[in-house]
Design a protein around this ligand. Sequence first.
Ligand SMILES: [Zn+2]
Length: 217
Amino acid sequence: MSCECEVLHRIANNLERYCFPCDSDNIPRNGVYFLFQRGEKSHQADRVVRVGTHTGDNQLQSRLKQHFNQENKDRSIFRKNIGRALLSKSNDTFLKHWELDLTTRKAKDEYGPLIDFNYQKAIEHQVSLYIRENFTFSTFPIASKEERLNIESKLISTLSWCEECKPSSDWLGNCSPKSKIVQSGLWLVNELYKTPMTPSEIDSLSEKIKGCSAHKG
Ligand SMILES: [Zn+2]
């Protein structure tokens, strides 16, 4: 699997790279994204630490904004996981409140009185700063939802099976309370260790991406 993963890293590292805040006009409306993190290397390149996509049509840009810009952990599992690791690293007891999902009115009524919202806001801000300072991303377009989800799953599995892709010793994810993050070295808990991409699937993905950028240019 290391060989496929190496090709995958070459593809991901050759894509145009963005950091936040970014000019979202350049981001496809539908597609898949790779996240890279400062200090994480693999296959002589920047290591992919997360792959993601979106379900709703034309939502890639807003999905990325939910991760990087919108200070609401309950709208982004990625933000939630960064916060978990930061809180866990500093042995902060607020972690148990960070875990609560306050999306529904019922949950807000039930848990709201327990939570120091000023402190939660400060943690959200800390998560935003950490993400902006440490992560970059690249994207490629995929129009169909089924195809996006299929590619996302296979990319994640390819990364998780790779024996060469290992996190650095001071990777923040090592402090995560989620064992799947610690074990996989990825900011992911779903689609790990399932069906990876075959070499020919990686080839056709590469051709597809080249076709898109040739068309764009
Ligand atoms: Zn790898």
